[in-house]
Design a protein around this ligand. Structure first.
Ligand SMILES: *Cc1c(COP(=O)(O)O)cnc(C)c1O
Length: 414
């Protein structure tokens, strides 16, 4: 292959036109918002917008029940509360995720336990999950990272064997499919986020699916999102039998959500196509490992994260990232700066100021090295944006930039 000079050294940039952009919100959202205000109430239980949002979501996902929340973090906390997670329980989850995954665990005074990841899907390795199970383990939060589904058959089998609840964190994974089934409908609960950075946005917001389809379970989830008010029966019951937060969604968010939901399938199809196209463009390139989506699964690529093998590439990751950026392809080394358990809260074992509770219930410590694959992923990953507004040409130029930069370092090596 003919080598052209890297843009970093004065050569022509691979990216010749600006990336495609677009408006996420428009007249559809405005119309729904206007109707919400005209209801003369913005309370989800009196108005129709949150209800309509959820019923459309249920239709799209093929589930009977779901509950709205104020955020994705809230959605996960609600699922944990409804699952009965309590003081001193252990919940197994992924060390590469948004911190919203672990917040609810600690609010329940339960203890996060981290399983290691598959080096290529960046999702939890079922064997590692099983190795972390103790008598205290009560649930698994399966994080489908960046649109790529976890190995749900294996995870569900482990959960059944040990009597654990499974909560799917789908905040980054709308319309992603595991062996044809939608992620978020397989475990006991599926949790979604509609914060402004996700596939669809209501500013902030979340959804919990109740996959048992059981009405009592639905009522429990519903009450846990609403201070334990039980509003679904004939009369409202306010008896307080346990602690639950107020994580309600307002009609304003529900209204925007209705309009956003109509756009969701096209958004996910576009991202899915772009991600696959980029993988095809860079597959087999020495020193570059594309993210792996198992055969039969579908990713909706919230972002695109590849890994570099500095030895076979012939350059350090930082230089690769700089060269790619100079070609006109914005990128970031890694995803979160460090695995979640290296954060001060876990290192100091201090979730509540001045206390080591609940960590001191088990004496758990979070040493560097407990999830070696996860740590190695963050040391070698390069994250590239995927957006539904990108064009095929955008993706082709990203692909040729990666090939150009990689080939440059290969040739320099030999
Ligand atoms: C965004 C996100 C959350 C939290 O959602 P918020 O709406 O920001 O609270 C949880 N888990 C993952 C994997 C996320 O990406």
């Amino acid at each position: 292959m003919e080598e052209s000079l890297l843009a970093m050294y004065g050569g022509p940039k691979s990216k010749t036109i600006p990336f495609g952009t677009g408006q996420r919100f428009g007249d559809e959202e405005l119309k729904e918002l206007k109707e919400a205000l005209e209801q003369n109430t913005l309370f989800y239980h009196y108005g129709q917008k949150v209800k309509t949002f959820l019923s459309r979501f249920n239709d799209l996902y093929g589930v009977r029940y779901s509950v709205a929340a104020s955020s994705g973090t809230a959605a996960i906390h609600i699922a944990l509360g409804a699952a009965g997670i309590s003081v001193g329980d252990e919940v197994i989850t992924s060390p590469i995720t948004d911190q919203g995954t672990v917040v609810g665990i600690l609010y329940q005074n339960a203890i996060p336990v981290f399983a290691d990841l598959d080096p290529h899907t960046y999702n939890m390795d079922p064997a590692s999950i099983e190795s972390r199970i103790t008598a205290r383990t009560k649930a698994i939060i399966a994080v489908h990272l960046a649109g790529n589904p976890c190995e749900m058959d294996a995870i569900m089998a482990i959960a059944r064997k040990h009597g654990l609840k499974v909560i799917e964190d789908c905040a980054q994974s709308y319309m992603c499919r595991y062996k044809g089934r939608l992620a978020g409908t397989i475990g006991d609960y599926g949790c979604f986020s509609t914060n402004d950075f996700k596939h669809i946005s209501t500013g902030d917001g979340g959804i919990v699916t109740v996959n048992s389809g059981n009405e009592a379970d639905y009522h429990t989830v519903h009450a846990f999102a609403d201070k334990n008010y039980r509003r679904l029966g004939l009369e409202v019951i306010r008896d307080l039998h346990g602690l639950a937060p107020n994580y309600r969604m307002t009609e304003l968010q529900g209204a925007v959500g209705i309009a956003q939901l109509r756009k969701l399938p096209a958004i996910c199809e576009s991202r899915s196509r772009h991600g696959q196209r980029l993988t095809e463009a860079i597959e087999g390139l020495r020193g570059i490992a594309a993210p792996r989506v198992h055969l039969g699964n579908e990713s909706s690529y919230w972002f695109y994260m590849l890994r570099v093998d500095e030895g076979s590439l012939g350059a350090p990751r930082e230089l690769f990232c700089q060269a790619l950026a100079a070609e006109g392809i914005p990128n970031v080394p890694g995803y979160i700066p460090e695995v979640v358990y290296m954060q001060p809260m876990f290192q100091r074992r201090e979730a509540y100021a001045g206390s080591n509770f609940p960590f001191d219930l088990t004496g758990v410590t979070y040493e560097s090295g407990i999830c070696p694959n996860a740590e190695e992923i963050l040391r070698t990953a390069v994250r590239i944006s995927i957006n539904e507004f990108y064009t095929d040409q955008d993706i082709d130029e990203v692909g040729s930039a990666i090939r150009k930069v990689a080939n440059h370092f290969h040739n320099r090596q030999t």
